[in-house]
Design a protein around this ligand. Structure first.
Ligand code: NAG
Ligand code: NAG
Ligand code: NAG
Ligand code: NAG
Length: 534
């Protein structure tokens, strides 16, 4: 999620790294100087990385790994691929029907995201994986449908107060406030037999009247679906706590289920249009005001029924090979201390925001550091570039690598700097462990705001409603989790913009980025500088 993030990232990275004469400040300025700055190459990396969908474990993502490896190698960075064999999950078949009281005919949803006129990715649209929830339980469930708002624990308490019994019903929840894996496990705890999760226009835009959506505006189209994982643990579910290498020991299916992190009822994500059709079949008590939709939305009721849904999902879970790409620049003064920069590569679809805005930033940083090396610069500490795989499934690539290198990381890693969705729009955002707070503030004071040339990123951040606030890294969120939570390495996660409407849908492509996320790629470049200074 970083654009100015990239510059900020670079700023941050260089703070850790500089050692040599001429003084650090010389290389700092060189790093961010126009002679080295290049929004064209960062945009080119993003364009190439996002030409095809590249889900973890697929050939397209192995090709993307080869691209990252070849770029790092071309910058003279010693690089290799660290592979793991991990349990990934893919859809085999899905169906969803809605039976409504007469005279309304039943609906069989087609569960397809639509291409638009002139979509330059139309020729690869059938490479987009059918919409699904990774690690969802296979099965068929049928029953009256019940609306549960965001599917949080407090939403079920509200239903209980309303006297609504969830047991043996299929619930309809909207995306937005909590992790989708928790939506499914909360539904299970409440007694539901299955879960449908839709994108409400109130949260993801594009709704009602003369509203517009992608490609005319940044909002999610009515057929857009947020796919994603519903696994609630970190790393390969079959190897909790140890690396998934070759013929290592693995948990059986039964033991994985006992572990408690895989869902126990089927679920399916659907579009705003399908969610609205299902809501239209639900009668009963009127839902509370804060459960309602946006402007122009019909009144939402909680049910259950009379609409009856039949949800059928079959997935396959297979041990698949994933590739982390690792590159190393050895430090001159403290070679046994590591500053680690990480970003994942695998994407649910094209991944222009999530995660390849971060990958483009990572490659651009590598290129700039190589240019500095040519001018005589040597990093003080060793820099490790990590391009993770299978983050989307549950932080799998980073977790397996940390598990494999636990001892050395615990004793030698100085910091882990993460970017995931590096750029979704304007405005700097950061989360970190507290040791890095000051550094992030200092770094952002050295970089011009890409959206306001008369002040620094820090100034704009400080003047914004969230500034200059640094969040904490408590949750699963992204690949920093195993560094912070398993080995206690200080870490930061940064972005320009926060959240974006086409998240995890097939519209997260280069066109969306170029039109709405970062039209001139200045936010990407600025983010890179900040990383560097840290
Ligand atoms: C909820 O419904 C289930 C199944 O129909 C039933 O067994 C249970 O007693 C009901 N709970 C309440 C509190 O009414
Ligand atoms: C639900 O759908 C499945 C798959 O299409 C079908 O086999 C099953 O008979 C349906 N169940 C009901 C109760 O309609
Ligand atoms: C840009 O920065 C200047 C100087 O700090 C400030 O006065 C102005 O309001 C900012 N513009 C915007 C659009 O935020
Ligand atoms: C790079 O920025 C310049 C303006 O500074 C702009 O004209 C150009 O279109 C940008 N390049 C890309 C690839 O966005």
């Amino acid at each position: 999620m970083l654009k100015a993030a990239t510059t900020t990232f670079i700023a941050i990275v260089t703070s850790f790294l500089f050692f040599s004469s001429p003084p650090k400040s010389f290389y700092h300025s060189l790093f961010i100087s126009d002679s080295l700055a290049d929004n064209a190459s960062i945009s080119q990396h993003l364009y190439i990385l996002t030409r095809r969908p590249h889900v973890a474990g697929t050939q397209a993502n192995a090709e993307a790994a080869a691209y990252v490896l070849s770029i790092l190698t071309s910058y003279n960075i010693g690089s290799h691929i660290a592979s793991y064999d991990v349990l990934l999950s893919y859809p085999v078949s899905r169906s969803l029907t809605l039976t409504r009281p007469p005279p309304n005919p039943p609906i069989t949803f087609d569960l397809r995201q639509e291409i638009y006129d002139g979509d330059p990715y139309a020729d690869v649209a059938d490479e987009v994986m059918p919409t699904f929830h990774a690690y969802a339980k296979s099965g068929t469930v049928s029953g009256p449908v019940l609306y549960v708002n965001y599917g949080r624990v407090e939403d079920y308490m509200t239903l209980k107060e309303m006297g609504v019994n969830v047991t043996n019903n299929v619930v309809l929840a909207r995306y937005g406030q909590i992790y989708r894996g928790d939506i499914v496990s909360n539904a299970y705890e409440a007694g539901a037999t299955g879960v449908i999760i839709y994108t409400d226009r109130k949260d993801y835009g594009g709704g009602g009247g003369d509203a517009k959506w992608f490609p005319d505006d940044k909002w999610m189209p009515p057929s857009g679906v947020q796919v994603g994982s519903v696994f609630t643990g970190p790393g390969d579910p079959t190897t909790p706590g140890w690396p998934s290498r070759g013929a290592c020991e693995r948990l059986s299916d039964k033991e994985v289920v006992k572990g408690g992190d895989v869902p126990l009822i089927p679920s399916l994500p659907v579009s705003a249009a399908d969610g609205e059709a299902i809501l239209g079949s639900i009668a009963g008590q009127i839902a509370n005001d804060d459960w309602q939709g946006g402007k122009d939305a019909p009144v939402y009721r909680v049910g259950p029924g009379p609409g009856i849904v039949n949800l059928s999902y079959t997935g396959k879970e297979v041990i698949s090979t994933i590739q982390n790409v690792i590159g190393v620049i050895e430090g001159a003064e403290e070679p046994d201390r590591f500053v680690i920069l990480g970003n994942h590569r695998d994407a649910w679809t094209f991944g222009a925001v999530d995660p390849n805005s971060g990958t483009a930033a990572l490659l651009e940083i590598a290129q700039r550091l190589q240019k500095l090396q040519k001018k005589g610069w040597k990093p003080r500490r060793t820099i490790v570039f990590c391009n993770w795989d299978a983050e989307e499934y549950g932080l799998v690539g980073s977790t397996e690598w940390v598990e494999e290198n636990r001892e050395i990381l615990a004793s030698r890693a100085v910091a882990y700097l993460n970017v995931d969705c590096a750029v979704t729009g304007a405005g700097f955002h950061a989360s970190a462990t507290p040791q890095l707070d000051e550094l992030i503030k200092q770094a952002t004071q050295q970089v011009q705001d890409p959206d306001n040339s008369s002040q620094t990123i820090f100034d704009s951040w400080a003047a914004s409603s969230n500034g200059p606030m640094i969040g904490r890294l408590g949750g699963g969120g992204s690949d920093y989790a195993s560094f912070v939570q398993h080995v206690g390495v200080p870490a930061a996660d940064m972005s320009f913009g926060k959240g974006y409407p086409v998240y995890h849908s097939m519209y997260d492509d280069f066109i969306w980025m170029k039109k709405f996320g970062d039209p001139m790629f200045h936010r990407h470049v600025a983010g890179l500088f900040s990383y560097y200074f840290i």
